[in-house]
Design a protein. Structure first.
Length: 92
């Protein structure tokens, strides 16, 4: 469960800053680290692999949530200070 929460938070952070292509190396790293940690602890291969895949999906969901948060933040900022064409409005 902790792996899934950490993956979700990692995806949130990645979604705030990076484009979608960052998910490819991040997912590969998450799968590799999760499987390696499971095998070092003596867990069976297939349950560990399923946990790694769930962690990858959790990261992708977090990425989508991070994108949503970023778009909301940019949308609010754009509507409050900038006009529809990008020119700055006068503060009242």
């Amino acid at each position: 469960m902790i792996v899934l929460i950490v993956s979700l938070l990692t995806g949130l952070a990645l979604g705030q800053r990076f484009k979608v292509l960052v998910l490819v190396p991040a997912a590969g790293l998450a799968i590799t680290l999760t499987i390696a940690a499971g095998l070092v602890q003596g867990e069976a291969f297939w349950p560990t692999t399923l946990i790694a895949l769930a962690a990858t999906m959790s990261m992708q969901i977090g990425y989508l949530l991070g994108l949503g948060i970023r778009s909301l933040m940019l949308g609010v900022g754009a509507n409050s200070l900038w006009g529809s064409r990008g020119e700055r409005r006068a503060a009242h």
